[in-house]
Design a binder for this molecule. Structure first.
Ligand SMILES: [Zn+2]
Length: 140
């Protein structure tokens, strides 16, 4: 069954930058006991995109807003004191930009927003302003 996608949501993992995808996935499963991953796509520091879940399925990225969303996250987003920090590598920025463009071409009615742009969210995720960044960024 096809979902109706209304949101393309950008996240950070809020982990140390060296965190491994495998460990993040295990944390969701074993500590949070989630049935599905938090994101559909996760971007490694080198810009490699790993798909964690089929787009047809619902991930666990934003409370109460998962049904109409596709979630994409970069590894990083905090400093050594767990404070929000946009520490995306140039490779992650480019990969994120191109992936959002590709998704937007397939879901032209979907709005691209950051996790923190949803009402009632108190987290800083993804540690940068998605709309401003998309407006100003050009991939080289
Ligand atoms: Zn998030």
């Amino acid at each position: 069954m096809k979902r109706t996608i209304k949101y393309l949501v950008v996240h950070c993992t809020a982990t140390p930058p060296e965190a491994k995808v495998e460990n993040i996935v295990r944390y969701w499963k074993e500590q949070k006991r989630w049935k599905n991953p938090g994101y559909h796509y996760i971007i490694r520091r080198n810009g490699e995109i790993v798909q964690l879940l089929s787009e047809d399925l619902v991930a666990n990225g934003v409370k109460n807003n998962n049904q109409p969303s596709i979630h994409i996250s970069y590894i990083g987003g905090i400093d050594g004191n767990n404070k929000p920090l946009d520490n995306r590598t140039p490779e992650q920025k480019k990969a994120l930009y191109l992936k959002l463009r590709e998704l937007a071409s397939r879901f032209p009615l979907a709005e691209i927003k950051g996790h923190r742009d949803f009402p009632g969210v108190t987290k800083a995720c993804p540690s940068f302003d998605v709309k401003t960044w998309l407006r100003d960024y050009t991939p080289d």
